[in-house]
Write a new protein. Structure first.
Length: 549
């Protein structure tokens, strides 16, 4: 694997840093913060879509893939950013949304104007007895088909109705996509994240799903591996060292062996989300339950072992722009805020795979806890609030769910300092800042040796200095322990032992193997901790032990 010692930082530009005080973060803002990212020690930034878009889904509804949306800046500003990043040894990964386009894209507009050629760029189907073609549900709520009066047919949208699914069966569509990827490769980008890319291959027959919402028919669809191999061969595969990651929605491990397999020529690595559904009641994101720790461990462990046995590579992450903040979700964002944030970071950075840090995670940013629906901007949150109310929940009950599950939890402005709006903007931010920016911000942590920020810097530098972290095999341990997540990493003559307590309660762990020669190389508690056969762990403790034989 080529990217095993790299760390990637995800930027949601809208909320990162605003340089012209219009309340919206911009490309110039990223350029201005490159020195901070260099200080952190990351290798690549993945920037979520800044292409021309009506912003119904914050840029995941693209109207023109080869231009910068004026709210973010200009193509020249992108080139400047790219130049400055390169100077600092930071690569840029772009976020390509090819499952769908905005309905404002010229292809879709031409389709609506009756041009046959462009109707075949999308998935238009006739309904049956005044009903949509199938009963599939959109991932943002409601039926997945939208009726177009003028054409007398429906188009498929797996997401919002302003995001029309592309027809990958059509070779002309694939060709257009290759052109877009090449356009950005020519601009010197280092890699790509492909949005919900395992949904692009739709089934031959469109039929009702009587068991689910339709996803089993199009997830990891029939031609997905062919499409990815062709995309690779016709675009980024022609260059050396292009890093790619696919966002795999509800995928299976077997498919990920291929998506990211060493000799498969598809992608460098994959995101999957199974480990982040452990607090969904009956798999329903909008039904709350405390997180199931055993399930979390089982999922992490089985993916570690499965992927390494099959020479496949994982993208490791707790946070992104679609997820609530991890310290609020699995940690404790009050009494043990600092310790639990560090403990969670330890786990992700020490597993086998490439770690991704989402802006603000490195300073322990928390959930927003917005208690009024009017404060939410996300199309999915707003749709589901309605759906919950229609189901009979009271405003209070519905808000309680949204407060925990909304994607806006991860989209509030980056907290740079204790000034107005956390130093993100002097204007009115497009989404409110979290009031705790007074305490939780970069400035407070940068010179504090004990801060979460400096702990993340250490985690990153460990990866660069220990081969066992970047390349070792994972061996899960204490698989059924009720409090502890623990594993070893092994390579040749090096061994790493990672022990973490996921709870507030003190506990003990029996180390029933040879513990000779291990020394602690990092901890969120006592850095001089001696390893012992019967090891005591305090609240949210994390220890990394190392030995060389
Ligand atoms: C991905 C993106 C998400 C977006 C969706 C549709 O899951 O991460 O933000 O809404 O795809 O493009
Ligand atoms: Ca701006």
């Amino acid at each position: 694997m080529k990217f095993e010692d790299k760390v990637i930082y995800q930027i949601y530009p809208k909320s990162f840093y605003d340089t012209n005080n219009d309340g919206i973060g911009d490309l110039k803002g990223i350029t201005e913060k490159l020195d901070y990212l260099k200080f952190l020690g990351i290798d690549y930034i993945w920037i979520t879509p800044f292409f021309i878009s009506p912003q119904k889904d914050n840029g995941y509804d693209v109207a023109d893939y080869c231009n910068v949306d004026p709210i973010y800046g200009t193509l020249e500003e992108f080139e400047k950013l790219s130049f400055e990043a390169q100077k600092r040894g930071i690569g840029i990964m772009l976020d390509m949304v090819f499952n769908h386009t905005s309905t404002e894209h010229k292809w879709f507009k031409k389709a609506l104007d009756g041009e046959k050629k462009y109707q075949e760029f999308y998935i238009f189907k006739e309904g049956k007895n005044n009903e949509p073609p199938t009963n599939w549900l959109s991932k943002f709520g409601g039926n997945a088909w939208e009726y177009v009066e003028k054409l007398g047919s429906y188009y498929l949208h797996l997401f919002d109705k302003t995001q029309a699914d592309l027809n990958w069966e059509n070779p002309e569509v694939r060709n257009e996509i290759y052109k877009i990827v090449k356009f950005w490769l020519d601009k010197g980008v280092s890699g790509f994240r492909f949005d919900v890319v395992n949904l692009i291959s739709k089934p031959e027959k469109f039929e009702n799903d009587y068991e689910g919402d339709g996803r089993r028919f199009y997830t990891d669809g029939p031609k997905i591996h062919q499409y990815l191999k062709e995309l690779n061969k016709n675009t980024f595969g022609q260059k050396d060292n292009i890093i790619t990651v696919g966002e795999m929605s509800s995928t299976s491990m077997e498919n990920c062996f291929k998506y990211s397999g060493k000799n498969e020529n598809e992608l460098s690595m994959v995101f999957n989300f199974h480990h982040l559904k452990i607090d969904y009641k009956n798999k329903d994101k909008w039904a709350l339950q405390p997180f199931n720790f055993q399930e979390l461990k089982d999922i992490l462990n089985s993916w570690q072992v499965g992927m390494q046995e099959n020479n496949a590579w994982l993208a490791l992450f707790w946070c992104n722009h679609d997820q609530p903040r991890i310290v609020s979700r699995l940690g404790n964002d009050k009494k043990y805020w600092k310790k639990s944030a560090k403990m969670l970071g330890t786990v992700m950075h020490m597993l086998r795979g490439t770690p991704y840090i989402y802006q603000g995670e490195e300073i322990g940013m928390t959930n927003a806890y917005f208690d009024d629906i009017s404060k939410y901007k996300d199309v999915e949150s707003i749709n589901y609030y309605r759906i919950l109310i229609d189901k009979g929940l009271s405003n209070e009950e519905a808000i309680k769910v949204i407060m925990e599950r909304s994607r806006d939890n991860g989209r509030t402005p980056m907290q740079w300092n204790d000034q107005i709006n956390g130093g993100f903007s002097k204007g009115t931010p497009w989404i409110e800042s979290i009031k705790n920016y007074k305490e939780i911000n970069v400035q407070n942590q940068i010179n504090d040796e004990d801060s979460i920020l400096n702990y993340y810097r250490k985690l990153i530098s460990l990866r660069k200095n220990y081969k066992v972290i970047s390349q070792g095999k994972t061996v899960p341990l204490a698989e059924n322990d009720k409090n502890i997540y623990m594993f070893k990493r092994k390579i040749e003559n090096e061994e790493l032992l990672v022990i973490t307590n996921f709870y507030e309660k003190e506990c003990y762990i029996k180390l029933d193997f040879d513990i000779e020669d291990y020394t602690c190389i990092l901890s969120n508690d006592d850095k001089n901790k001696k390893i012992e056969k019967n090891l005591k762990l305090g609240p949210y403790d994390a220890f990394i032990f190392f030995r060389k034989k």
